[in-house]
Design a protein. Structure first.
Length: 727
C-alpha cells in the first residue's frame, strides 16, 4: 500500500465527519438529528473508502471498495433530502409507502453494483480496468444506461431539496440565514463533484468533494443548530398558546379575525383557516356578550357568559410606535369554578356573620339572665352582712360575696374576650380626666390590698394633661386588670402604679400605665404564654390563685386596639412589671361636662325605681332604704310616667329592659314632657347588659348616669350621691 497526501486529507475528513455526526446527534433537539447523523456517517464512509482506494494498487481491492461505495452512497442524496425537509418543516417526509417508493432507484443501483452480468439496459458500470498512467492508480470504467437513470433521479432529489430550502427563505431573518448556509454548503459540494465528474479536478483521479465535506457539513451543522436554537422560543410559545385552556382570538384593526387557538376553535366550532378574514360578529355570533363588549369598545376587563359558563374577558390592544391600533387580542378565561368558590366563601362569610350575630344575641341574653339572679345574690349578701350575725355566719357571707364577685369577673372576661375576637368591640372617643380614673381604680382595689396586708401606691406624672380624649371605660379596664393581676400574685411588699405620658416621633401621644409588683414573678419559659387566652404561667398557679387566664389577653388586645401595646418584664421571686401604652389625644378642659352638684351629705332622697322584677325590687329597695332614702317602684314604663306626672323625685333609677316600653323609649317620653316645665329628673340607667358602648348609648339617650347589675352597693351610693340637690 502506498501513501499519498490525499489519503491523509480524506482520513482527516472522515474523522471530522464522525465527530460532527456524534456532536450534532446530541445537540440537535429536533427530528432532523437522525438523518443528519446518518448523512454524516455516509460522508465519513465515502471519505475513508476513497482513502483506502487511493492507498492500494490492487485491482481486486479497488473493485471491492467501489462496490461498497456503490451500495451505500446511492442513498446519500435521499438521506440529505430527508434531513433538510425535517429541518424546514419539523416533520418526517420519507416514511411508509412514500419512503419505499423513493428508495427503489437507490436500492436497484446498489444491487446492480454487485450483479455479475446484468441485462444490457440495466448496466451501471462496464469495462472496468486499472489505469496506472497517472500519479495515482485509478480504477477506470464507463457508465451504462442505468447510470443515466440514477443521475437523473439524484438530480431530481437535489433540485427538490434546493426548492424546499429556497421556498423557506420567505420566513424570518434568522430562518433565512440558516437556509442560505444550507444552500452555500450544497453549492460548494455540488461544484466540487461536478469538477470531478467532468475531469476538471485539480488532481486527476481525486474527488475533492469528500475532502471539503467537513467545511460544507460544518456550514450545514451551523445552520441547523442556529435554526434549532432560534426557533425554540417561538415554537414553544406557539405550542403554549395553542394548548392553552384559555380562549384566544386575534382581530385586526378592522375587526376581522386573524387567528384563534385550539380552545377557541373548538368552543366556536370554526376551523382557524375558515375563520380567518371574517368579521368578528360573524365568527363570535355564539358569544353575544363578547360581541356586545367589542361593540361598546370599553377598555379593561369584563365578565361574560358563554355556554352557561362565566368567563373573564380581557381585550389587549396591539399598537404601533405611533399609537395606532394594529390588532386586538381577546383572552377569555373560564372562571366558573372560581366564581363558585367565591360564592361559597361569601355564603360561608354570611353564615359566620350570622353565627356571630347569634352568638352576640346569646351572650347578651345569657349576660342578662345571669346578672339578674346575681343581683339578688350580691344584694342580699350585702344586706345580710349589715345585720347582727355571728362570726361563722359572717365568714359564710364573706365567702358568698367573694364567690359572687369572682363569678362576675369571669362572666365579664369571657364576654369581653368574645366581643374582641369577633371584632364587635368598638372603641369610644370622649374626654375624661386621667387623675379621676386612676383614683377610682385605686379606691376600688385598695380594700383588696389592705386585706392581703400589702401596700398599694399610685403616682401620677404632673405633666399628664388633665383631660384627654380616649375610651375611658377601656383604659380603666386595662388599668384595673393589671392592678388586680398584680395584687393576686403578690403576698408581701406591694403594688406600685405609675401613670405617665409618652410622645411618639409621629406626633402621637400615649398614656403609659406601669404596674410593678413584688410578687412571685414569671419564669422565662412562661413569658410567651401569659398573653395567650385561658393560659397562666403553669397549672399550679391556676390551682392556687384561680382565674380564667383572660385578663392579660384582654388587656393586650385592648392596648393594641387603642394603638398601643402591652409589655412585660419579670424576675422569678423578685416581681413583675407590666407597661401598657394607650394612644390618647389632648382634650380641652371645657369639653368635659361639669359634675352635677352632689346632694348634701346625709340627705334623704326620694327615688322612683323602674323595675319589673320583684326580686330586684326587693334588693334595690332594701339597699336604698337602708341608707334612709324613700323609694317607690314602677313595674312598667307607662306606670312610671304616670307617677312622674303627679309627683317629683330627686332621682330616677331606670331599668333598660322592661316589658312593653323599654327604658330608652320611657326616657324619651319623659324628656319630652319635661321640656315645657323646664324641670329635669336625674335618671340613672340600670342594666344587666354589659355590652360594648352600652354606657355611651344610655347617656346619649338622655340618661345621666349608668349602673350595671348586679348592683354594687358602693357604686349605687356614688350614683345616688351624684343626684343634684333640688333647688
Amino acid at each position: 500500500m502506498h501513501f499519498y497526501w490525499p489519503v491523509a486529507a480524506l482520513s482527516l475528513a472522515a474523522a471530522l465527519e464522525v465527530a460532527l455526526a456524534v456532536t450534532m446527534r446530541s445537540r440537535l433537539r429536533n427530528s432532523a438529528a437522525n438523518p443528519f447523523a446518518m448523512g454524516m456517517a455516509l460522508a465519513a464512509f465515502w471519505a475513508i473508502s476513497l482513502a483506502l482506494d487511493l492507498g492500494t494498487a490492487d485491482y481486486g481491492e479497488k473493485l471491492l471498495l467501489l462496490r461498497l461505495r456503490s451500495t451505500l452512497l446511492p442513498f446519500y442524496a435521499l438521506v440529505w433530502f430527508e434531513s433538510v425537509y425535517r429541518f424546514v418543516y419539523g416533520r418526517k417526509c420519507l416514511y411508509g409507502l412514500r419512503g419505499v417508493a423513493a428508495a427503489v432507484i437507490p436500492a436497484t443501483t446498489a444491487v446492480l453494483s454487485w450483479w455479475p452480468d446484468p441485462p444490457a439496459f440495466l448496466v451501471f458500470r462496464r469495462g472496468l480496468w486499472l489505469d496506472q498512467t497517472g500519479s495515482f492508480p485509478v480504477l477506470r470504467f464507463t457508465y451504462g444506461p442505468w447510470a443515466a437513470v440514477f443521475f437523473a433521479y439524484t438530480l431530481v432529489v437535489v433540485v427538490m431539496m434546493f426548492w424546499v430550502l429556497w421556498a423557506s427563505l420567505r420566513r424570518s431573518s434568522w430562518d433565512r440565514t440558516g437556509r442560505l448556509l444550507f444552500l452555500a454548503a450544497w453549492i460548494v459540494g455540488g461544484a466540487v463533484n461536478l469538477a470531478f465528474f467532468t475531469n476538471h479536478s485539480p488532481t486527476p483521479g481525486v474527488n475533492y468533494a469528500p475532502i471539503v465535506s467537513p467545511i460544507t457539513f460544518g456550514l450545514i451543522a451551523l445552520a441547523m443548530v442556529r435554526g434549532s436554537i432560534l426557533r425554540l422560543a417561538p415554537v414553544a410559545r406557539a405550542m403554549l398558546i395553542e394548548n392553552l385552556e384559555d380562549l384566544l382570538v386575534v382581530l385586526d384593526a378592522s375587526g376581522a379575525v386573524l387567528d384563534l387557538n385550539r380552545a377557541a376553535a373548538v368552543k366556536l366550532g370554526w376551523l382557524p383557516e375558515s375563520a380567518q378574514g371574517r368579521p368578528y360578529d360573524e365568527v363570535l355570533a355564539d358569544w353575544p356578550g363578547v360581541v356586545a363588549h367589542l361593540e361598546d369598545d370599553v377598555p379593561g376587563k369584563a365578565e361574560v357568559a358563554i355556554g352557561g359558563k362565566v368567563h373573564d374577558l380581557t381585550v389587549a390592544p396591539i399598537r404601533d410606535r405611533k399609537g395606532r391600533l394594529q390588532a386586538r387580542i381577546l383572552i377569555l378565561r373560564d372562571i366558573t369554578d372560581r366564581k363558585e368558590i367565591e360564592a361559597q366563601f361569601q355564603r360561608a362569610k354570611e353564615q359566620a356573620e350570622a353565627a356571630n350575630a347569634a352568638k352576640s344575641r346569646f351572650l347578651a341574653m345569657i349576660s342578662h339572665e345571669i346578672r339578674t339572679p346575681m343581683n339578688a345574690v350580691v344584694g342580699f349578701t350585702h344586706l345580710l352582712q349589715s345585720t347582727p350575725i355571728n362570726d361563722e355566719q359572717r365568714q359564710y357571707l364573706d365567702l358568698i360575696a367573694q364567690g359572687g364577685k369572682a363569678l362576675l369577673v369571669i362572666i365579664d372576661d369571657v364576654l369581653d374576650y368574645t366581643k374582641i375576637t369577633s371584632g364587635r368591640l368598638e372603641l369610644e372617643a370622649a374626654p375624661f380626666k386621667v387623675a379621676e380614673l386612676a383614683s377610682h381604680t385605686y379606691r376600688l382595689l385598695q380594700p383588696r390590698a389592705r386585706e392581703k396586708g400589702i401596700g398599694l401606691e399610685l403616682t401620677i406624672d404632673p405633666e399628664i394633661p388633665t383631660v384627654v380624649m380616649g375610651d375611658q371605660v377601656r383604659v380603666g379596664q386595662v388599668l384595673t386588670n393589671l392592678v388586680s393581676n398584680a395584687l393576686k400574685f403578690t403576698e408581701r411588699g406591694g403594688v406600685f402604679i405609675r401613670l405617665g405620658r409618652e410622645e411618639a416621633g409621629d406626633g402621637s401621644r400615649f398614656l403609659v400605665a406601669e404596674v410593678r409588683d413584688t410578687g412571685i414573678g414569671i419564669a422565662p419559659e412562661a413569658m410567651n404564654r401569659i398573653f395567650q387566652p385561658f393560659s397562666q404561667a403553669d397549672n399550679s398557679i391556676t390551682r392556687k390563685y384561680g382565674g380564667t387566664g383572660l385578663g392579660l389577653a384582654i388587656s393586650k388586645r385592648l392596648c393594641e386596639l387603642m394603638g398601643g401595646d402591652l409589655a412585660v418584664s419579670s424576675e422569678v421571686g423578685v416581681g413583675t412589671t407590666f407597661t401598657a401604652r394607650m394612644r390618647v389625644a389632648r382634650a380641652s378642659q371645657l369639653s368635659v361636662a361639669p359634675d352635677p352638684a352632689p346632694a348634701p351629705a346625709g340627705r334623704r332622697l326620694s327615688l322612683l325605681v323602674f323595675e319589673d322584677n320583684r326580686l330586684n325590687q326587693h334588693v334595690i329597695g332594701a339597699l336604698l332604704k337602708k341608707s334612709g332614702h324613700s323609694v317607690r317602684f314602677a313595674a312598667t314604663g307607662q306606670e312610671g310616667l304616670t307617677i312622674l306626672e303627679r309627683e317629683s323625685f330627686d332621682g330616677v333609677l331606670m331599668d333598660i329592659e322592661m316589658p312593653g316600653m323599654d327604658g330608652y323609649e320611657t326616657v324619651r317620653l319623659l324628656r319630652e314632657r319635661e321640656m315645657p316645665a323646664g324641670a329635669r329628673h336625674h335618671v340613672i340607667a340600670v342594666t344587666a347588659h354589659a355590652m360594648v358602648g352600652m354606657r355611651e348609648k344610655c347617656l346619649s339617650a338622655g340618661m345621666d348616669d349608668f349602673l350595671t347589675k348586679p348592683i354594687d352597693p358602693a357604686a349605687l351610693r356614688e350614683a345616688i350621691g351624684r343626684c343634684p340637690a333640688r333647688s
